[in-house]
Design a protein. Structure first.
Length: 61
């Protein structure tokens, strides 16, 4: 995958301490921005969408 991008919430104070995602029509890949050449996690689009909805419903405090 070549279309990696960081969150728009990743500001100057965060540096590279975040995750990056890349998308295809069928999958979402996630990697650590500090070590981009290591392994990635890949999820079907529907599973990743469900994960994001669960995070929104139960945000960390």
């Amino acid at each position: 995958m070549s279309n990696w991008r960081k969150s728009s919430y990743s500001g100057e104070g965060d540096g590279n301490n975040c995750v990056e995602i890349a998308t295809t029509p069928t999958h979402i890949a996630v990697r650590d921005s500090k070590t981009p050449t290591t392994r990635t996690l890949t999820f079907p689009v529907a599973a990743f969408a469900n994960f994001l909805e669960a995070l929104k419903a139960h945000p960390c405090r």
